[in-house]
Design a protein around this ligand. Structure first.
Ligand SMILES: [Zn+2]
Length: 304
């Protein structure tokens, strides 16, 4: 889950006379971009949201549609760049509507929509207006794309939303994960909708399951593109955050006391560190108490 949008690039003229500088987008609109990754794999961006697509011999496979507006923009771009290619697959990363809405705009008729079982179940139960998947899976699904290799989807357990999966592109040496691995930036504010324990265990599982041969480029659903080392740095932050807050709760410290004393300065190079550090601590504090019942252990005192 992630709601902030990056500021739209504005053309500013310091010349006093009236000069109208053409802007690629209207001022209130989301800023869009496409960036080449490797081979026929691309990252596409709508504001602070990223998704990916890959061109293959028989069409194009797209990950999250992001929104009706974003998906409509992408459909137009793909039609212009690859006029003879249909969209063959749409692959949902997880259940959250701020990534999953808008799939209809990418539906070319024969397009196969794919999601994790738990995401599909959630949309059905909560009556979400998502283009429902034609194919669901649980642990792993491998899609073979003619001329572009495979896409390997893996489920690592609960971490953010329902049915969050990783997308590995072995031939392009790229890994795409949305929301629960974020590199170059702190995780989002108070971690609403996240599961800190699951974020740690899922990230550890990916790092132990996948080697440098599997991927050299990581593409986040938000924030930066990076490497395995960036994921390791992110994991070390999650571990220090979790362990520090847990230690504080077990010692009977209040939220404020933990926020004032926990040293996370090793990770101060991450974007939003100053703005979101306290919120991250608050989120983990609340999860450990509300979701993991740490203060219901007889040996743990009530928070001060
Ligand atoms: Zn998000």
């Amino acid at each position: 889950m992630h709601k902030i949008l990056t500021a739209v690039a504005m053309s500013v003229s310091t010349v006093a006379s009236v000069i109208i500088v053409p802007s690629p987008v209207a001022a209130q609109d989301t800023q869009y971009a496409i960036r080449h990754i490797d081979g026929s794999l691309y990252r596409w961006t709508a504001g602070s949201y990223h998704s990916v697509y890959i061109v293959h011999d028989e069409g194009i496979a797209v990950a999250d549609p992001l929104s009706a507006q974003a998906a409509t923009w992408l459909r137009g771009e793909l039609a212009r760049r690859h006029p003879n290619k249909q969209i063959t697959h749409v692959i949902y990363s997880h259940s959250h509507p701020d990534h999953a809405y808008g799939g209809e705009a990418l539906d070319d008729g024969d397009t196969i929509f794919i999601a994790h079982e738990l995401a599909a179940e959630t949309w059905k139960l909560n009556q979400a207006n998502v283009r429902m998947p034609d194919v669901v899976f649980y642990n792993r699904l491998t899609i073979t794309l003619p001329g572009a290799g495979d896409i390997r989807l893996d489920y690592w357990g609960a971490n953010n939303g329902k049915g969050s999966v990783s997308m590995l592109f072995p031939q392009q040496h790229a890994l795409h994960v949305v929301d629960w691995i974020v590199i170059g930036r702190l995780p989002y504010q108070t971690l609403d909708g996240y599961d800190i324990n699951g974020m740690i265990s899922s990230t550890r599982a990916i790092l132990s399951d996948m080697s440098d041969k599997d991927f050299s480029v990581f593409i986040g659903g938000h924030a930066d593109i990076g490497t395995r080392e960036d994921i390791e740095f992110y994991l070390s932050y999650l571990e220090a955050l979790h362990d520090g807050v847990l230690r504080g709760i077990i010692a009977g410290q209040s939220l404020e006391a933990i926020q004032n004393s926990l040293d996370l300065s090793n990770w101060s190079s991450l974007k939003q560190f100053d703005a979101w550090r306290d919120a991250n601590i608050e989120g983990v504090f609340n999860q450990l108490i509300d979701d993991y019942y740490v203060t219901m252990r007889p040996e743990v005192p009530d928070p001060g």
